[in-house]
Design a protein around this ligand. Sequence first.
Ligand code: TYC
Length: 111
Amino acid sequence: MTSQHWTMAGQDDDNDVSVVVATRLKTKRPPLYKVLLLNDDYTPMEFVVAVLERFFGLTSAQSFEIMLTVHKKGVAVVGVFTAEIAETKVAQVMDFARQHQHPLQCTMERE
Ligand code: TYC
Protein backbone atom coordinates (compact mmCIF):
# COMPACT_ATOMS: atom_id res chain seq x y z
CA MET A 1 0.00 0.00 0.00
CA THR A 2 1.30 3.44 -0.86
CA SER A 3 -0.93 6.30 0.30
CA GLN A 4 -0.68 9.39 2.44
CA HIS A 5 -3.11 11.42 4.52
CA TRP A 6 -2.76 15.18 4.70
CA THR A 7 -4.31 17.50 7.26
CA MET A 8 -4.81 21.00 5.88
CA ALA A 9 -3.36 24.03 7.58
CA GLY A 10 -5.89 26.65 8.54
CA GLN A 11 -7.30 28.93 11.11
CA ASP A 12 -10.60 28.21 12.92
CA ASP A 13 -13.10 30.56 14.65
CA ASP A 14 -11.09 30.59 17.93
CA ASN A 15 -8.00 31.83 16.11
CA ASP A 16 -6.28 28.51 16.91
CA VAL A 17 -3.81 27.57 14.23
CA SER A 18 -3.78 24.02 12.95
CA VAL A 19 -0.64 22.47 11.56
CA VAL A 20 0.00 20.35 8.50
CA VAL A 21 0.67 16.74 9.40
CA ALA A 22 1.55 13.98 6.96
CA THR A 23 0.73 10.45 8.09
CA ARG A 24 2.74 7.93 6.11
CA LEU A 25 0.79 4.70 5.62
CA LYS A 26 3.38 3.21 3.29
CA THR A 27 5.09 0.08 4.66
CA LYS A 28 8.48 -0.94 3.38
CA ARG A 29 9.57 -4.55 3.32
CA PRO A 30 12.89 -5.14 5.05
CA PRO A 31 15.89 -6.46 3.12
CA LEU A 32 16.11 -10.25 3.25
CA TYR A 33 19.17 -12.45 3.65
CA LYS A 34 19.80 -16.05 2.58
CA VAL A 35 21.46 -18.22 5.20
CA LEU A 36 23.85 -20.64 3.50
CA LEU A 37 25.39 -23.85 4.75
CA LEU A 38 28.74 -24.88 3.24
CA ASN A 39 30.09 -28.36 2.70
CA ASP A 40 33.31 -29.68 4.22
CA ASP A 41 34.98 -33.08 4.39
CA TYR A 42 34.87 -33.56 8.18
CA THR A 43 31.57 -32.53 9.77
CA PRO A 44 29.46 -35.67 10.28
CA MET A 45 26.23 -35.83 8.29
CA GLU A 46 24.25 -36.53 11.47
CA PHE A 47 25.60 -33.36 13.05
CA VAL A 48 24.46 -31.25 10.07
CA VAL A 49 21.00 -32.83 10.23
CA ALA A 50 20.83 -32.07 13.97
CA VAL A 51 21.85 -28.43 13.32
CA LEU A 52 19.12 -27.96 10.72
CA GLU A 53 16.48 -29.44 13.04
CA ARG A 54 17.62 -27.46 16.07
CA PHE A 55 18.18 -23.98 14.60
CA PHE A 56 15.94 -23.90 11.53
CA GLY A 57 12.92 -25.83 12.78
CA LEU A 58 13.10 -28.30 9.92
CA THR A 59 11.82 -31.87 10.12
CA SER A 60 14.39 -34.67 10.05
CA ALA A 61 13.37 -35.48 6.46
CA GLN A 62 13.79 -31.85 5.34
CA SER A 63 17.07 -31.61 7.21
CA PHE A 64 18.43 -34.77 5.64
CA GLU A 65 17.48 -33.54 2.16
CA ILE A 66 19.20 -30.16 2.64
CA MET A 67 22.26 -31.80 4.19
CA LEU A 68 22.56 -34.08 1.14
CA THR A 69 22.21 -31.10 -1.21
CA VAL A 70 25.09 -29.34 0.58
CA HIS A 71 27.14 -32.54 0.56
CA LYS A 72 26.67 -33.01 -3.20
CA LYS A 73 26.62 -29.41 -4.47
CA GLY A 74 28.85 -27.68 -1.93
CA VAL A 75 26.30 -25.16 -0.64
CA ALA A 76 22.56 -24.72 -0.09
CA VAL A 77 20.19 -22.05 1.15
CA VAL A 78 18.69 -23.21 4.43
CA GLY A 79 16.39 -20.25 4.93
CA VAL A 80 15.65 -16.59 4.17
CA PHE A 81 15.33 -14.10 7.03
CA THR A 82 15.58 -10.45 7.98
CA ALA A 83 19.11 -9.27 8.86
CA GLU A 84 18.90 -9.66 12.63
CA ILE A 85 17.38 -13.13 12.48
CA ALA A 86 19.85 -14.30 9.81
CA GLU A 87 22.77 -13.00 11.92
CA THR A 88 21.44 -14.87 14.95
CA LYS A 89 21.07 -18.14 13.02
CA VAL A 90 24.59 -17.88 11.59
CA ALA A 91 26.03 -17.16 15.06
CA GLN A 92 24.10 -20.06 16.62
CA VAL A 93 25.30 -22.53 13.98
CA MET A 94 28.91 -21.32 14.14
CA ASP A 95 28.96 -21.44 17.97
CA PHE A 96 27.40 -24.91 18.06
CA ALA A 97 29.85 -26.25 15.44
CA ARG A 98 32.83 -24.76 17.31
CA GLN A 99 31.63 -26.21 20.62
CA HIS A 100 31.63 -29.64 18.96
CA GLN A 101 34.93 -28.98 17.16
CA HIS A 102 33.47 -29.38 13.70
CA PRO A 103 34.59 -27.09 10.83
CA LEU A 104 31.02 -26.53 9.59
CA GLN A 105 30.59 -23.08 8.01
CA CYS A 106 27.41 -21.02 7.84
CA THR A 107 27.17 -17.61 6.13
CA MET A 108 24.58 -15.13 4.94
CA GLU A 109 24.14 -13.03 1.82
CA ARG A 110 21.69 -10.36 0.70
CA GLU A 111 18.92 -11.91 -1.38
N1 TYC B 1 30.59 -33.71 3.57
C1 TYC B 1 30.32 -34.13 4.94
C2 TYC B 1 30.68 -35.61 5.09
O1 TYC B 1 30.82 -36.29 4.11
C3 TYC B 1 28.87 -33.92 5.33
C4 TYC B 1 28.47 -32.50 5.33
C5 TYC B 1 27.24 -32.09 4.80
C6 TYC B 1 29.30 -31.52 5.90
C7 TYC B 1 26.83 -30.78 4.82
C8 TYC B 1 28.88 -30.19 5.94
O2 TYC B 1 27.24 -28.51 5.46
C9 TYC B 1 27.66 -29.81 5.40
N2 TYC B 1 30.76 -36.07 6.34
